[in-house]
Design a protein around this ligand. Structure first.
Ligand SMILES: Cc1cc2nc3c(=O)[nH]c(=O)nc-3n(C[C@H](O)[C@H](O)[C@H](O)COP(=O)(O)OP(=O)(O)OC[C@H]3O[C@@H](n4cnc5c(N)ncnc54)[C@H](O)[C@@H]3O)c2cc1C
Length: 511
């Protein structure tokens, strides 16, 4: 076999560092640790815990998912589903054939109740009609997949153009039309949560259909999503995880030495914020795109090639947050699963500048009723965009007060008891995340995600690959998901195994 690592082989295998202990980093580490050729492996994690955007907190006498909520498309082709099943983390219903065969098209289910800002409830038939119109148009966007030219640049503009056409054919009085548009506006806000963007006008039309939806009715982890990443950590040798080790700068294309190993040189040196240094042959970077965007100028030395840096700037990365409210008593019906909220003065056809201080809460799409709590009654609200980022700047009391007012208004009950506690995510303020997940923004394409995934140096033949990239934003068709992140970690581990002429031990999932 051709010698690929020189020094590294002499020292008993290459030194590999994984930056970031989210599911992508853990997947890469697990794959490499399964191979005796990689005994010198460390995962440097900035925070005190593993899991990253998978974060389950014990709250309200149950588990609250602060980050990832569902396995999207839980069926055989989904590696997160497979791994969770292997670890015994899913229930009978989640594992059932019936569940795996459901085709959702990636759309959220219909609400069980829909409240309007006047305090009236909206007919669920009207909501279902608007959902069918909206999701029909979303599905139509696939027509433009790989089109060199699209009629408009963004998904938002396309949806609005088509909705205008429909409105022209609507009969009925003006009030009824206004209500339909207000319901549609809530669906735009739902889609902003799904895409993790401020506005669908920011999401590129042509590549939108490239995001792949797997079959299966989205399911949750009865014991919490983090059970999965905890199990992955537990499978690693004890000294692999290094917590509270934020990486400051990755020096590459160098020739670095370590006092303990005189004569050996390493092409990469990872410098941490606490002043410690780790020399390595290969580094797998899995930090979130939001972090990369913010630290682009200082995180790599020498800086990334222009094309790669441009891809990082162009790919979208927005905010979606959750707000959990715990109530003494439920005000909703026992079988209620999703509560939608509609602001009757809103319309997707009117461009309103975000009014943050006074009306941030109008971006909230409504609430999921969380069934998993035995003695507590908990709703989980979702809110995306600049309004969500503004919400992060408020105190818990301010958010609780605003949402109590919203709920009193929409239920028409001015005496509705305030929630007794609140828990929320703040993904935009999180220094090592800076947002929620990626999307293909206007001005970028799937090629930019592939470009982000390319290892460096670009001309690095054989053992010369120094920086490899994984993380949800590097998966062209499953970006923004846990399964995309997991696959990206395996992909980069396999790249290293291939580079060193080694066989991949675990079979790849069939996708
Ligand atoms: C609110 C919310 C809801 C979501 N819902 C779903 C869902 O229902 N289903 C789904 O499939 N996906 C969902 N996602 C997306 C999913 O959580 C992510 O795609 C996935 O967890 C990303 O994994 P990752 O390993 O790429 O990144 P991360 O999990 O973000 O891991 C990156 C790690 O790098 C660390 N790090 C950052 N900077 C440094 C540094 N300088 N040095 C060292 N370490 C560093 C971070 O602390 C973090 O632990 C959701 C995300 C959010 C925020």
């Amino acid at each position: 076999m051709e010698s690929r690592g020189g020094d590294a082989e002499a020292a008993g295998g290459p030194r590999v560092l994984v930056v970031g202990g989210g599911i992508a980093g853990l997947a890469a580490a697990q794959r490499l640790c399964g191979h005796p050729a990689f005994p010198h492996l460390r995962v440097l994690e900035a925070t005190a815990r593993a899991g990253g955007r998978i974060r389950s907190e014990r709250s309200f006498g149950g588990v609250a998912e602060v980050g990832a909520h569902w396995i999207h498309g839980p069926s055989r082709g989904n590696p997160v589903f497979q791994l969770a099943a292997k670890y015994g983390l899913l229930g009978e219903k989640e594992l059932s054939e019936e569940n795996q065969q459901v085709e959702t098209g990636g759309h959220l289910g219909l609400p069980s109740a829909c409240y309007a800002s006047s305090g009236a409830s909206v007919s669920l038939q009207l909501v279902a009609e608007m959902a069918s119109l909206f999701y029909g148009l979303i599905d139509q966007t696939r027509e433009f997949l790989h089109s060199a030219e699209t009629p408009v640049p963004s998904v938002g503009e396309y949806l609005k153009r088509e909705i205008r056409r429909h409105v022209a054919g609507w009969t009925g009085d003006e009030e009824a039309k206004k209500l339909k548009l207000a319901v549609l506006n809530t669906f735009f806000n739902v889609e902003c949560c799904i895409s993790g963007t401020h506005s669908m006008d920011l999401v590129a039309l042509a590549p939108f259909g490239e995001y792949s939806v797997l079959p299966g009715l989205d399911c949750t982890f009865p014991g919490g999503y983090q059970g999965l990443t905890n199990r992955m950590v537990a499978s690693l040798p004890e000294d692999v995880m290094v917590f509270n080790k934020p990486v400051k700068t990755i020096h590459w294309k160098g020739s670095f030495q370590e006092a303990a190993l005189p004569g050996e040189t390493f092409p990469v040196l990872v410098e941490c914020e606490d002043g410690s240094h780790f020399p390595a042959h290969h580094v797998i970077v899995t930090v979130p795109l939001g972090f990369l965007k913010e630290r682009l100028d200082t995180f790599f030395d020498p800086p990334l090639p222009t094309e790669k840096a441009e891809a990082i700037r162009k790919i979208g990365f927005g905010t979606n947050n959750k707000i959990f409210l715990e109530f003494e008593e439920p005000f909703w019906e026992p079988d209620c699963q999703i509560i939608q909220v509609v602001w009757e003065d809103s319309s997707p056809l009117e461009d309103a500048a975000p009014s943050l201080q006074d009306a941030w809460f109008k971006k909230l799409i409504g609430f999921l009723v969380l069934p998993a709590f035995e003695s507590a009654h908990v709703l989980c609200g979702f809110i995306a965009g600049l309004e969500s980022e503004f919400m992060e700047t408020l105190s818990d009391e301010e958010v609780l007060q605003s949402l109590t007012q919203v709920l009193r208004r929409v239920t028409g009950n001015p005496r509705l008891p305030a929630p007794r506690s609140l828990l929320r995510s703040r993904w935009h303020s999180a220094p090592y995340t800076r947002g929620s997940y990626s999307y293909v923004a206007v001005g970028s394409t799937g090629d930019d995600l592939d470009l982000l995934a390319q290892p460096l140096p670009a001309d690095g033949a054989h053992g010369q690959l120094q920086i490899l990239f994984a993380g949800e934003a590097t998966h062209r068709t499953f970006y923004s998901t846990t399964h995309g992140a997991l696959l990206s970690g395996w992909r980069e581990a396999d790249r290293l195994l291939g580079l060193w002429g080694l066989q991949v031990r675990q079979p790849r999932p069939r996708l």
